[in-house]
Ligand binder design. Structure first.
Ligand code: A2P
Length: 272
């Protein structure tokens, strides 16, 4: 893993007059498909853990090219972190992957989203189901003390194609346990369940398969998922979201929203 991109993208620097520009402070390339980066936080920005904002770059014609990105950092941090896929021909990520510290990106400080505590009714156990970059909103939520105040047990599942793609989540959890601020909240409450689908690893398979055939609950020593106790947040591809909705409804959980909190919430992970 290297800490800064070798290529500096001129196009990654909006004109100084560009409104809502923030400065890149760190870039980490996890694999040839995945990278994370940190930017300065606008003073005015308040957000709830799990929300997303529009970020992007200025196009040749001066117009902004923006996409929705979940904020992966907790709301108490001075900087903002994002976790992204690199799509070779993706309009934004083909350029965004070349940002380097000191570059400026556009960030509209208007956070929104449904993967928030406010959209769930009180419960005892909270599930975070993520695939790929869908772990980003949960990287914020697992670092939020409210998550541990609200629930006795928090389970983060993360499914990726191969082991290297799990690295961001593994480092997140490792750092959490040793974190002086949040470590004491996390201890004994957070359980992490990584799986791979295209390469051997200690736990293999799609999370949907492992839920349907009982493997996940058996591995965790949990009898059942039930609306009386369990709440869930889901973030992944369209297919995952559709499949998990069906599974969670099968357990009797009902989908919630900011205006009508219920048992689970779903959001699509950024893909382009
Ligand atoms: P698979 O390898 O079987 O497609 P991606 O990198 O394409 O975003 O995928 C991330 C992970 O999500 C992969 O492990 C992939 O498994 C898994 N995945 C994709 N679609 C679904 C789905 N409908 N249900 C469960 N897991 C899925």
């Amino acid at each position: 893993m290297n800490d800064s991109s070798p290529v500096r993208a001129d196009a990654a620097r909006p004109a100084p007059t560009m409104p809502d520009a923030q400065t890149v402070t760190r870039v980490t390339h996890w694999t040839d498909r995945l990278f994370s980066f940190r930017v300065t936080r606008p003073r005015s920005l308040r957000f709830r853990s799990g929300e997303f904002v529009m970020i992007g770059l200025q196009k040749e014609d001066g117009k902004p090219l923006l996409r929705a990105y979940s904020i992966a950092s907790p709301s108490w941090e001075d900087e903002l972190e994002f976790y992204s896929i690199k799509v070779p021909d993706g309009p934004l990520t083909s350029r965004l992957q070349h940002i380097a510290p000191g570059d400026r990106i556009i960030l509209r400080p208007k956070p929104v989203g449904t993967l928030v505590h406010d959209a769930l009714l009180p419960g005892r156990r909270l599930w975070f189901f993520a695939t790929g970059t869908g772990i980003a909103p949960f990287a914020s939520l697992v670092r939020d003390p409210e998550t541990y105040e609200n629930y006795d047990q928090v389970i983060l599942t993360h499914t990726c194609r191969d082991r290297a793609e799990l690295a961001y989540g593994q480092e997140l959890v490792r750092n959490l346990e040793n974190d002086p601020l949040i470590g004491e909240f996390v201890a004994g409450k957070l359980r992490y369940y990584p799986t791979t689908t295209r390469q051997d690893s200690p736990r293999m398979g799609r999370i949907t398969t492992l839920l349907r055939d009982g493997t996940l609950l058996r591995d965790l020593g949990i009898d059942n998922i039930a609306p009386e106790t369990d709440r869930a947040m889901v973030c992944g591809s369209l297919g995952l979201n559709v499949d998990l909705r069906e599974i969670l409804e099968g357990f009797g959980l009902r989908e919630g929203s900011n205006s009508a909190p219920a048992d689970y919430v779903v959001e699509k992970a950024f893909v382009g």
